[in-house]
Ligand binder design. Structure first.
Ligand SMILES: C[S@@+](CC[C@H](N)C(=O)[O-])C[C@H]1O[C@@H](n2cnc3c(N)ncnc32)[C@H](O)[C@@H]1O
Length: 275
């Protein structure tokens, strides 16, 4: 447990990840990837309630998106250590192309997780999108880190821990993380990132976030005593990343357990509008 006061190493590398990641062959024990959605966000982007978003360039045609996915997933394969694993987060609209791309690589698909989140929005003529797909991939299907965190008090197997492939967190979405920093539109909650880090890495490991965005993974890793490199194309997000991941501030890694869940009522109403 990293409670000896030793801080982890952290940095962000700006540029196209297809160009920067090959500089780190077999470096990482774990990679987290939350790629561009491949949606043209505008007022009509009803799937993600994105009317107010000012987004990075996110336009891809169907074929382009699969090819882009194949390229960065292959680059991640090269940047992972032999026993490394990767999590890929995707909305439902583009998960088909990502799965096709994964099949063309040497990754093994270990789990296909559904992460249920709550938007706090209403839809009258369609189902409200309230889940992400999270693909858990390993380089070697017999050798990867997996440290279950969940202990179910209702089973006979008291004290034994396991993990389910549905993550039910109605209190978390991309807009309500207590650690959210300004000027990045689609931030993943620290609770989700910390779950991934705790289950699939050990203190002192190297973790890469290949679409770093606001820098949440850097903060999660610093809090949990993992070394981390974030990769981000847009230099415009530098101040957001520095603020969210507390660059220059001392962070003493804490014990290996999940953050406390926030109450559902703390966010309902925030995005509570018809669409
Ligand atoms: C869905 S967002 C990631 C959000 C992030 N998980 C967070 O919690 O803030 C995707 C990010 O990937 C970045 N990006 C897009 N194409 C990239 C590329 N080729 N190389 C590196 N970063 C890229 C975008 O600028 C954007 O910040």
């Amino acid at each position: 447990m990293p409670t000896d006061g030793k801080e982890s190493s952290y940095e962000v590398v700006f540029g196209d990840v297809l160009e920067t990641l090959p500089n780190y062959p077999e470096k990482f024990n774990l990679i987290i990837a939350d790629p561009p959605f491949g949606l043209e966000f505008d007022k009509g982007s009803h799937e993600y309630g994105a009317d107010d978003y000012i987004l990075y360039d996110d336009k891809f045609s169907g074929d382009e998106y699969e090819e882009f996915s194949f390229k960065w997933i292959s680059a991640c394969h090269g940047a992972l250590a032999k026993s490394g694993a990767m999590y890929v987060i995707s909305g439902w609209t583009r998960v088909g192309e990502i799965l096709n791309a994964v099949k063309r690589t040497r990754f093994h698909l270990i789990n296909h997780i559904i992460w249920h989140f709550g938007w706090g929005v209403f839809a009258r003529k369609r189902y409200v999108t309230s889940h992400y797909h999270v693909l858990f991939l390993a380089k070697d299907k017999n050798d990867y880190c997996f440290v279950p965190q969940f202990s179910n008090p209702n089973t006979k197997r008291k004290g034994e821990k396991y993990e389910e492939d549905v993550w039910y967190w109605p209190q978390y979405n991309r807009g309500n993380d207590p650690d959210r920093a300004p000027n990045h539109p689609c931030q993943i909650s620290l609770a989700v990132l910390e779950k991934i880090v705790l289950i699939s890495s050990k203190p002192g490991d190297w973790i890469g976030d290949v679409f770093s965005g606001s820098g949440g993974t850097i903060l999660a890793c610093r809090r949990l005593g993992r070394n981390v490199i974030g990769f981000e194309k847009k230099k415009e997000y530098e101040s957001t990343i520095r603020q969210k991941a507390k660059f220059g501030e001392k962070i003493i890694p804490r014990a290996e357990k999940l953050v406390k869940k926030v109450d559902l009522t703390t966010f309902l109403g925030e995005n509570d509008k018809d669409r």
